[in-house]
Each structure stands twice: as structure tokens, then as C-alpha cells.
Design a protein around this ligand. Structure first.
Ligand SMILES: [Zn+2]
Length: 235
């Protein structure tokens, strides 16, 4: 195989190795990101519950106001009853008394219900706070480890990159330029083997004349169909 082609295959393999490490970084980050996002969403839940609690408290204070008003109302009714002069007047006052009592009972019932709801929201907040504390622990322990792991992977990438740079300086610069151009669209399948006389990138069959040229391997040959750089695998 000609030297240029051999070096190009090496370069392309090194590029593949560098790229293959990328998902590992993503994977490491993914776990941490997930914990951070989960914490953010729990914080939003907490805030929403706080707002709901405020709303309930407002309703409770409205009902307390009803209790106060109706208490005052009853007092005035009782006062009037003590000074009542006719049966008709007494009947009307009794009706007013009943209505006030009923409203008091209703308000009390409503307050009880609202307080139960408030307790429930409070309990939900507690359990969310516990979950947040656990997530904080997870985030803290992951942060250190993830950063360490990523640094390690990046160091590996760097090593491979250095190896690639060493190769590049001794190579034909025009060829490197050409390879980079192909790589822009073909990514990690820029330099592909020919298998069963078909391009290893687009899988279209290569005609006998081009195939013979690739076998001779005196030049850099590209696929007539897709433009990827081709080579014959050495057995
Ligand atoms: Zn092709």
C-alpha cells in the first residue's frame, strides 16, 4: 500500500478514536445533568406548593372573617331577642339566628377541610425537601467524580490528538486538506475499505477499471459515486 494512503488510514483511525470518546463524556455528564434537572423540577414543585398553601391560607382567613361576622351577628340577635315584644318579631329573629348558626357551622367545616388540605401540602413539601436533599448528595458526589472522569477522557483524547499531529506534519499537506474536506460531510467514514468490490461508505459497486486502480494503490482513489477515499484491506 502506498505510504500516503497508509498514513491517511492511520489519521482516520485516530479521528475515529477521538470521536468515540465523545459519547463517553456525554454519558458521564448525562447522569449529573439528570440529577441537576431533577432537582430543578423538584424546586419548582416546592414553589408551586408554596403558592397553593398561600391560597389555602387566604381561604381560611376569609372563613375566619365569616366566623367573626356571624358571631357578632348572633350577639346582636340575642340582644334583640332579650328585648323582643311580639311573637312575630321573635320568629323573624329565630330565623336570623338559624341562618347565622348555619353559616358558622359551614365556615367551621370549611376551615377544617382547608386545614387538612394545608397539612397535606405541607407533607408533600416535606417529602420533596427530603428528595432534594438526597439529590444534593448525589450531585455533590457525582460532580467530583464526573469532572475527574471527564478530565481523564479528555487527556486520552489529547494523547490521540498529539499522535495525529505528529503524523500530520510528516504528511502531504494537500492530501490532509483533501481528507479534511471529505471528513466535513463523511465524518468517520471518510476513508473506507472496498469490500466485494463495493465502496464501504455508500455500498455502491465499483467498476473494474477503478477497482484495478485501487488494487494497484499508486494513487489516492475516491469512490466515483460518493467521493470517499477508498482502500483495499490488507489481509
Ligand atoms: Zn462510495
Amino acid at each position: 500500500m502506498n505510504k500516503d494512503l497508509h498514513q491517511l488510514i492511520q489519521i482516520s483511525n485516530l479521528d475515529k478514536e477521538i470521536d468515540a470518546l465523545e459519547p463517553q463524556i456525554e454519558l458521564k455528564r448525562g447522569e449529573l445533568d439528570k440529577a441537576i434537572r431533577s432537582k430543578e423540577s423538584k424546586n419548582r414543585e416546592l414553589l408551586a406548593l408554596e403558592e397553593e398553601k398561600e391560597g389555602i391560607k387566604l381561604q381560611i382567613s376569609r372563613n375566619n372573617q365569616v366566623l367573626q361576622d356571624m358571631g357578632a351577628k348572633l350577639e346582636s340577635v340575642y340582644k334583640k331577642i332579650s328585648e323582643v315584644r311580639s311573637e312575630r318579631e321573635l320568629k323573624a329573629l329565630n330565623v336570623e339566628e338559624e341562618i347565622a348558626k348555619e353559616q358558622i357551622a359551614q365556615a367551621n367545616q370549611e376551615i377544617q377541610r382547608l386545614e387538612g388540605e394545608l397539612d397535606h401540602k405541607f407533607g408533600m413539601q416535606k417529602s420533596i425537601q427530603t428528595a432534594i436533599a438526597q439529590l444534593d448528595e448525589t450531585i455533590k458526589s457525582l460532580e467530583g467524580k464526573v469532572n475527574e472522569d471527564i478530565e481523564e477522557i479528555k487527556a486520552q483524547q489529547h494523547e490521540i490528538f498529539d499522535e495525529k499531529q505528529k503524523l500530520i506534519v510528516v504528511m502531504d499537506q494537500k492530501l490532509i486538506g483533501f481528507y479534511e474536506k471529505v471528513r466535513k460531510w463523511a465524518k468517520n467514514s471518510s476513508v473506507v475499505p472496498v469490500r466485494k468490490q463495493a465502496c464501504g461508505g455508500c455500498f455502491i459497486r465499483i467498476n473494474d477499471r477503478v477497482y484495478a486502480e485501487i488494487i494497484q494503490s499508486n494513487d489516492i482513489i475516491t469512490c466515483p459515486h460518493c467521493g470517499r477515499i477508498l482502500y483495499i484491506e490488507e489481509s
